[in-house]
Design a protein around this ligand. Structure first.
Ligand code: SF4
Length: 531
């Protein structure tokens, strides 16, 4: 099985000259002196380190496309011919009460101060990467209108060109953070929340103090990692002055913009962009507990943790320490998680793939529960884009998984909606859109619903990307209602691991979900052998 082919991928805008490719190296079987391109080695010959990243930065998101021996498609969902669990108390299940639109897809997370969401999904961490910044109004309004949580990622204050710092290098004014919080709150309807992520640099800059003092933000997220990479967040900057400014603010910037040789290479056009990197974290139980205490003392109501595709040791630390520290939500992001900027080969080759990591998380959570310890609410992340994936994640991690974190998939409708707005202005709607009409009212199936929420005057101010996200979240909700109704689960809490079956022995071994020929076998035999 060819799991991943190095040396050519759309992500790095490279391709082999030949159709015949050596699986392990990804080089053409016959490499020709005189080849005019365009594999990664060819392109690295003159663009060097640029080939590490998917591109162009700011205009794309990327997700690893390595095929793993087991993934979520190796699970199928059960459906039943009778019964109904999770209907409101007092409702007698029958064909009139147990209808699929009656399925309640709402969920909540939190140790004791709960946050309720309309649909069990929330955004990935949309931070300092350019694609998040420039589409923010669409993403924020869309998440708020959909009643789901929006995660504002790391480094947003640190890269703000208009940032103002005190003499001791603490944030006193961060207009981009203010804008981001305002955009979500404008359309917030009581479901979901905006929570803000913090890394090493954010901590040093006093971001936690700023967002609670100025905005009264209730939830802050500590970050150990993500699915796409095992180094800190990164962005590119196309200006020497900006690169120098970020270096002065304490970031690692490469190639070193203060180096005269690099400055000359930038001026002559060879170096087109600098990379801004965050530092690696160094977790310890004592440090983790101290930071949680510090944040609680600042007044945060909820503290969440995001961890990445690390191995079993770090996963156990995350689950155990979150239990001890009464963390409100632990998001576990497997590879191949999406990204605005991460090293491509790292995305392809590092870390625990989602289904393996999530299966281990369930196993570890059960160990804690069996020892009488409370398991924090969990969210799974890493490659989800549709309602069946959401259902499978909720079922695989039941009863601890409360929601699914969606990175790239929740960004797409924001970008598509924004572009439809643009295309309409330029009278350039593609056929894929114009076949449904030429106005927002005709094109967006949920336009009238959103208008009803915000009012006839305000609808003119709602960015079309937000209506796009609302429509997509509605599609997830209705699709989930159908899958849940088929599995006779009328609320999220009613979903159990029994609602899944493994299609292969290996999947069963990894997930602990029985092979499909063993699911409900005892019940079947009992029926057959009865008199
Ligand atoms: S240089 Fe050309 S022929 Fe050689 S491996 Fe790359 S694409 Fe193939």
């Amino acid at each position: 099985m060819n799991l991943s082919s190095p040396n050519s991928n759309d992500a790095t805008r490279t391709a082999n000259r030949s159709k015949s490719v050596v699986p392990s190296s990804g080089l053409c079987s016959r490499c020709v002196d005189g080849c005019r391109g365009n594999c990664e080695v060819f392109k690295s010959t003159f663009r060097g380190r640029e080939l590490i990243y998917p591109g162009p930065f700011g205009d794309i998101t990327a997700g690893g496309d390595k095929e793993y021996p087991v993934d979520y498609s190796h699970l199928n969902i059960q459906g039943y011919a009778f019964g109904a669990n999770g209907l409101p108390e007092g409702v007698t299940p029958d064909p009139d009460t147990a209808r699929f639109p009656a399925v309640d897809t709402s969920t909540e997370y939190g140790w004791d101060k709960k946050v309720k969401m309309s649909v069990p999904i929330f955004t990935g961490a949309l931070g300092s990467t350019e694609i998040a910044r420039k589409n923010w109004e669409h993403f924020a309004a869309g998440a708020a209108l959909s009643g789901v949580t929006l995660v504002c990622g790391e480094n947003v204050c640190g890269i703000d060109p208009a940032l103002e710092l005190s003499k001791d290098n603490k944030v006193t004014k961060a207009p981009d953070m203010d804008r981001r919080i305002g955009a979500y709150r404008k359309y917030h309807r009581g479901f979901g929340e905006i929570l803000i992520q913090m890394n090493v640099e954010d901590t040093r800059l006093g971001v936690a103090e700023y967002i609670i003092d100025k905005h009264g933000i209730e939830t802050i997220e500590l970050k150990w990692g993500q699915g796409a990479k095992c180094i800190g967040g990164e962005i590119k900057v196309a200006s020497l002055d900006r690169a120098l400014e970020l270096q002065r603010r304490g970031y690692i910037v490469t190639p070193d913009p203060s180096d005269k040789i690099n400055q000359q290479a930038f001026k002559s056009g060879a170096i087109k962009e600098f990379e801004r990197h965050s530092r690696l974290g160094f977790i310890s139980e004592e440090g983790f507990m101290q930071e949680v205490e510090r944040l609680r003392a600042l007044g945060f109501k909820r503290i969440t943790l995001k961890t990445g595709a690390y191995g079993l040791r770090e996963l156990a630390m995350a689950i155990k320490w979150c239990s001890k520290a009464k963390i409100d939500l632990l998001t576990i992001d497997g590879s191949s998680g999406g990204t605005g900027m991460s090293p491509w080969r790292m995305m392809e080759e590092w870390g625990m793939p989602s289904i393996y990591l999530h299966s281990a998380a369930l196993e570890f959570a059960s160990i804690l529960a069996n020892n009488g310890e409370r398991v924090p609410d969990l969210a799974f992340a890493g490659g989800f884009s549709s309602e069946d994936g959401v259902f499978k994640a909720l079922a695989l991690g039941a009863p601890y998984v409360k929601a699914v974190c969606m990175g790239r998939a929740l960004m797409i409708p924001g970008m598509v909606g924004k572009n439809i707005e643009l295309w309409m202005k330029e009278n350039d709607l593609p056929k894929t859109v114009s076949e449904f009409g030429h106005t927002p009212e005709e094109i967006f199936v949920n336009y009238e619903k959103v208008k009803d929420i915000v009012g006839a005057d305000e609808i003119k101010n709602v960015p079309l990307g937000a209506i796009g996200i609302y429509s997509y979240a509605d599609k997830i909700k209705v699709g989930l209602q159908q899958l849940m109704a088929g599995a006779r689960c009328f609320n999220v809490a009613a979903i159990t691991r029994k609602e899944l079956m493994s299609l292969t022995d290996e999947c069963a071994k990894v997930t602990g979900i029985p092979y499909l020929m063993d699911c409900y076998r005892d019940e079947a035999l009992e029926i057959l052998n009865s008199k």
